[in-house]
Design a protein. Structure first.
Length: 538
């Protein structure tokens, strides 16, 4: 396998709305990001995945795009974007753009045209279907509740929206649509971006009238075509969001010989605390043995036919520290343990904004405190289905997307220094304690563990290329070796609130990193709750 820059870096995800507000309107923006590039350089990351900054009416906070080649007014101008690229490049940081092309906004010029009538040249840029017996064409559901079909009075047809009604699905079967997407991608490539994160890319091969949404028959033909027409000649990071991927499916996307993407985000581990066959809102406790089995499978099955992405968090997921860590008594220890466990695995690690300072979930007590369309729709749907309000709020507090979208606290001043105005979404009430300034001032903070992990990766090829091998332990302990060119590292982590036993025959030859306690022997030791360490062994 050829080596690529995107295997060596750590990527940092920015959700611009919540990152840093430069002009006091309560909404994070591009100039706010530019102001914080020195902070990101200090963390050491090599790329930023920027959630969408394009023109959008914000039905789904920028994932509903009305113009792919313009910047959202609230975020700034194209000149600001160009400056962000230049300033990031100066610091050896690449910018990976979010590519949202399964759907557009209903306010995109293509859809405005398409709605004008069946004969409009843009009509079949989208997916239209006639009613069946006066009803929607089939039972397909929107990810944001309700039917995926919306009736258009004017033409008497339905259009498809796998997300909100304001996110009509593009028709990828039409080659003009694909060509328009490739032209737009080349517009951004020509600006010198570092790549694309591809939103729900597994859906673009859909055959909706046959009920097929994910992994459609022509999906990989389209991606090969896209690769050739756009980024194939450049060494860009391309990462597909693929919810249903198994290792076999992931290889189809990321086997270098197939010329599609660099890697995918797989979500198998993310689904482990939901009841099988139900929705993410239907909770069940995480079983660490199951989690290990899934992560080990991904570590070992891709081989040279793919490359892993490593993540605990993103803008759609609750904060992992609150979810499977311990955000109370062991907040610092468990945050560092999660970081060490993840960054020591094989693949490209992603840090979601605020993870590096140990930000936690923000429970709500009333639906009026929610901003996210998915959460609000779910609330009304479940209320109508007879769930109690308390049940629904429990699910929302565990899984709702607003948890990850609370503004970043930069210091202990009002609104955490995020804005001088009124934040679009309130900060977590703990911002006086958990904020960037406090983290930077404390050499023992979670921030410095992340910084150390990023630096270790730069200095030690074993972290990038080493083989992975699980060590057998009690269920709550997750331990593995990485081995590369005669060197061997042992990673030991306790994924629980209780002390746990651990033993290995190896002799320690050097310490690499730990989250508090360093060890002198590996024989018959007791791990403290959430303890994590990495040692070089003979
Ligand atoms: C992806 C995004 C999510 C968005 C959805 C529709 O899952 O990550 O935020 O709502 O696609 O674009
Ligand atoms: Ca602003």
């Amino acid at each position: 396998m050829n080596k690529h820059w995107w295997q060596e870096v750590v990527v940092y995800q920015i959700y611009p709305r919540s990152f840093n507000d430069s002009n006091g309107d309560g909404i994070g923006d591009l100039r706010g990001i530019i102001e914080k590039l020195d902070y990101l350089e200090k963390l050491g990351i090599g790329a930023i995945w920027l959630s969408p900054v394009y023109q959008s009416p914000n039905d789904d906070n920028g994932y509903d795009i009305s113009d792919y080649e313009a910047i959202m007014d609230e975020f700034g101008t194209m000149a600001d974007m160009d400056e962000l690229l230049a300033e990031a490049n100066k610091r050896q940081i690449k910018i990976v753009m979010d590519l949202v092309v399964n759907h557009t906004s209903d306010e995109h010029a293509w859809f405005v045209e398409a709605k004008k009538g069946k004969n409009n040249p843009y009509r079949d840029y989208y997916v239209w279907a006639d009613p069946v017996d006066g009803q929607a064409p089939n039972e397909l559901r929107s990810a944001f509740s309700g039917s995926a079909w919306e009736f258009d009075d004017a033409s008497g047809q339905y259009y498809l929206h796998l997300f909100s009604k304001k996110q009509p699905d593009l028709n990828w079967e039409k080659s003009d649509v694909r060509q328009a997407v490739y032209d737009m991608m080349n517009f951004w490539i020509d600006k010198g971006i570092g790549g694309f994160r591809m939103d729900v890319i597994d859906l673009v091969g859909k055959v909706p009238l046959e009920g097929i949404t994910g992994n459609g028959p022509h999906l990989h033909d389209y991606l090969q075509e896209m690769n050739q027409a756009t980024f194939g000649q450049h060494d860009l990071l391309t990462v597909g969001e693929t919810w249903g991927a198994t290792p076999e499916i992931a290889k189809l996307y990321s086997d270098p010989e197939r010329h599609e993407l660099s890697m995918v985000f797989q979500f198998e581990h993310i689904g482990l605390d939901q009841q099988p066959g139900k929705e993410k809102w239907d909770l069940k406790p995480i079983d660490i043995a199951e989690l290990k089995a899934v992560l080990v499978k991904w570590q070992t099955e891709l081989g040279d036919e793919g490359w892993n992405s490593l993540f605990w968090n993103n803008h759609d997921l609750p904060r992992m520290l609150s979810r499977w860590g311990n955000d109370q008594e062991y907040r610092v220890a468990s945050a560092k343990m999660l970081a060490i466990l993840l960054h020591m695995m094989k693949g490209t690690p992603y840090i979601y904004q605020g993870e590096e300072i140990g930000m936690v979930n923000t429970p709500i007590t009333d639906i009026s405190q929610a901003e996210d369309i998915e959460t609000i729709n779910l609330y009304h749907e479940r209320l109508a289905e007879g769930y109690t309000e308390a049940d629904i709020l429990t699910s929302i507090n565990a899984k709702g997307r607003d948890n990850a979208r609370r503004p970043i606290a930069w210091d202990a001043s009002e609104n955490g220094g995020f804005t001088t105005g009124t934040p679009w979404l309130a900060l977590n009430a703990n911002y006086q304690e958990i904020n960037v300034e406090a983290a930077l001032a404390n050499p023992q903070s979670i921030f410095y563990t992340y910084q150390q992990l990023v630096q270790l990766r730069k200095d030690n090829p074993i972290m990038i290329w080493g083989d992975f091998e699980l060590v057998s332990t009690v269920d709550e302990v997750f331990s593995y070796y990485r081995t590369y060119e005669g060197e061997r590292w042992l990673v030991v982590t306790n994924f629980s609130n209780e002390a746990q036993p651990f033993t290995a025959e190896d002799e320690i030859s050097a310490h690499v990193i730990d989250n508090g306690e360093s060890v002198t022997t590996l024989k018959d030791i007791t791990l403290q709750p959430w303890q994590a360490f990495v040692v070089k062994v003979n």
